[in-house]
Design a protein around this ligand. Structure first.
Ligand SMILES: NC(=O)c1ccc[n+]([C@@H]2O[C@H](COP(=O)([O-])OP(=O)(O)OC[C@H]3O[C@@H](n4cnc5c(N)ncnc54)[C@H](OP(=O)(O)O)[C@@H]3O)[C@@H](O)[C@H]2O)c1
Length: 325
């Protein structure tokens, strides 16, 4: 695999310019970074990058293989679809689109065109998750009995934040809740169902501000309790309680490269241990995984279509259960 993927970015989003683009630009053996498109170049100040006026102008270029789409959630459907139609591989921010039907359609299109469509849950690629899986698989805490995960933040000071905008696909479920839903599938398998859920809405904004759900295996008895929100004490954790012990970590989704994650491991035999895990750069790992999906065989692509669709299905189920309750 020595081909360079020519990649462009749609929008000067915070997450793109702070975390993803600098790494993209540094992975010079894998990516040729073509530039960033913006609605208004006069408002951006990135002298080191090629700035393109308008998202269409970027994807119209013939020198592209792939795009990274960090636009507000409600714009993902339009720009993922346009990009796939142009024959481009897509790395798109979570949540992939605002409803199940859109996600299905986009994945069918990607499959038809044999293109990668990857939702950017970079925590999946952090080595702490691998360690946690090994601990669970090796029976260190016995058999899994309860999985709990929470991703919550205090209110955003800027009331114009895209997360408060209904028209832009805001709301805590698509932004924060998507993470513990994805994590539940990673640890308990994709075949989950939502048995109950709560979403609390801000009536003026029309978006969900906090909530939670109970997810259960369809063909098994394991379950997870998840919570998420924008009006909460900061939480970013995973707790797994087993028959003989438990593990807990408090930065499961946002362990950046300069952060050493700590695992609190408690067992009948050894009591409570604090285990310092390795620092890792999950943004870099995710970009390398995207590269591998593009240039490797089609197994990863197929698996990612499935991942994307089952994630969207659970989010939709959570929404409908919350409305019923
Ligand atoms: N994976 C992660 O760790 C992570 C972390 C944070 C956010 N995210 C996801 O990344 C996406 C962007 O989040 P963010 O917080 O980085 O957003 P943001 O800073 O508000 O950026 C959104 C960008 O979208 C473009 N845009 C186009 N139309 C817009 C409109 N009407 N209003 C506002 N912006 C508009 C703007 O780019 P131009 O003005 O340059 O065109 C803007 O810079 C979301 O899907 C979010 O869920 C992922």
């Amino acid at each position: 695999m020595n081909k360079k993927i020519r990649i462009g970015v749609l929008g000067t989003a915070n997450i793109a310019m702070r975390s993803v683009v600098p790494i993209l630009n540094s992975l010079k053996d894998k990516f040729e970074f073509i530039g960033v498109a913006t609605r208004d170049p006069s408002k951006v100040d990135y002298p080191d990058y090629n700035i393109v006026k308008g998202y269409d102008a970027l994807i119209e270029q013939t020198n592209l293989d792939a795009v990274y789409i960090p636009l507000p959630n409600a714009m993902h459907y339009e720009w993922v679809k346009k990009s796939l139609k142009k024959g481009l591989h897509v790395l798109v921010e979570k949540s992939l689109a605002c409803n199940y039907e859109e996600v299905k359609e986009l994945n069918f299109l990607a499959k038809e065109k044999n293109l990668v469509l990857l939702e950017n849950f970079q925590f999946r690629t952090h080595s702490q998750l691998k360690t946690i899986r090994e601990i669970l698989d090796n029976g260190v805490i016995g058999k899994i009995r309860i999985l709990r995960s929470t991703f919550c933040f205090p209110p955003f000071p800027d009331k114009t934040n895209i997360r408060y905008r209904k028209d832009l696909g805001g709301g805590a479920l698509l932004d924060a809740g998507a993470y513990p839903v994805r994590l539940s599938q990673l640890l308990l398998g994709k075949e989950l169902e939502v048995t109950s859920a709560v979403l609390n809405f801000d009536e003026d904004l029309g978006v969900d501000i906090w909530g939670g759900a109970f997810l259960k295996q369809k063909n098994g008895s394991l379950f997870s309790q998840i919570a998420f929100g924008f009006d909460n004490y900061y939480q970013c954790n995973l707790e797994v309680v087993g028959s003989k012990g438990k593990l807990y970590t408090n930065r499961i989704f946002t362990a950046k490269e300069d952060f050493t994650p700590t695992l609190f491991l408690e067992t009948n035999s050894e009591g409570l241990k604090e285990v310092n895990l390795k620092d890792d750069n999950h943004f870099k790992n995710m970009l390398i995984y995207f590269y591998t999906c593009i240039l490797g065989d089609s197994i990863n692509r197929e698996e990612e279509y499935d991942n994307n669709i089952s994630q969207a299905y659970l989010l939709q189920e959570l929404r409908s259960k919350a409305i019923e309750s």
